[in-house]
Ligand binder design. Structure first.
Ligand code: ADP
Ligand code: AMP
Length: 213
């Protein structure tokens, strides 16, 4: 099963993608997590990506596409994968379609988690990310057992720089301008499904798994 999670930053793509990956035994591939890991390890890719990410801008397509196309050649993607945060532009989606076509494959579902912009600012202000394993929490809606500490690996939780309200507004604009057109792109391919992302986390999950099961 090859799945793309679509939706604004903070819509809950990562939260759902992690649970779906566990349920269906396929990898969760988050390009944002890949870039953050590269920044943490101070790689050349991380150094190139950081400036764009800090400003709430997209990293240029050429730094993203090859990396993802290589990633899905790994053996763990044989049974499928869940993309979270990729593709984010029409050229990225076209490159992905081309690469999958070459192997007679296609995206089965592009799941749009729909949340209005008004709710997003609240979600992002309360999001906390683990500096160790990248797990995400929300101070109200999905709190860790011990405040400020990751349930999974015990590392510290932080507010991401790009989750500050000024940057979130820029990221929402980038989403509407550059990523939202992918909804039509996948609707034309018959792969688009829309889920109400304003419901609580488990209800969103239930709605998605009803379709995928
Ligand atoms: P995305 O991957 O789309 O950027 P996340 O999955 O990281 O979004 O979710 C953004 C924030 O909102 C996180 O703090 C997360 O815990 C919280 N969240 C996710 N889904 C819901 C939901 N259905 N209701 C309330 N809060 C949610
Ligand atoms: P995310 O963790 O998905 O919210 O992504 C955080 C940031 O990483 C984004 O604001 C972009 O700067 C960058 N990024 C992640 N995925 C992509 C992508 N597919 N294309 C371009 N930039 C990306």
């Amino acid at each position: 099963m090859k799945i793309i999670m679509l939706g604004a930053p903070g819509a809950g793509k990562g939260t759902q993608a992690k649970m779906l990956a566990d349920r269906y035994g396929i990898p969760h591939i988050s390009t944002g997590d890949i870039f953050r890991a590269n920044i943490k390890n101070n790689t050349e890719l991380g150094q190139k990506a950081k400036g764009f990410m800090d400003k709430g801008l997209l990293v240029p397509d050429e730094l993203v596409v090859d990396l993802v196309i290589d990633r899905i050649k790994n053996a763990d993607c044989m049974r499928g994968f869940i993309f979270d945060g990729f593709p984010r532009t029409v050229p990225q989606a076209e490159a992905l379609t081309y690469a999958l076509n070459n192997q007679n494959e296609k995206i089965d579902y592009a799941i749009e988690v729909e949340v209005p912009d008004e709710n997003i600012i609240e979600r992002m202000g309360g999001r906390r990310a683990c500096v160790g394993c990248g797990a995400t929490y929300h101070v109200v809606f999905n709190a860790p057992k011990v405040e400020g500490i990751c349930d999974h690996c015990g590392e510290k939780l932080i507010l991401r720089d790009d989750d500050k309200p000024e940057t979130v507004k820029d990221r929402l604009k980038v989403y509407h301008d550059q990523t939202q057109p992918l909804i039509d792109f996948y609707a034309e391919k018959g792969a688009h499904v829309r889920i109400d992302g304003t419901q609580d986390i488990m209800k969103v999950f239930e709605d998605i798994t009803k379709i995928l099961d």
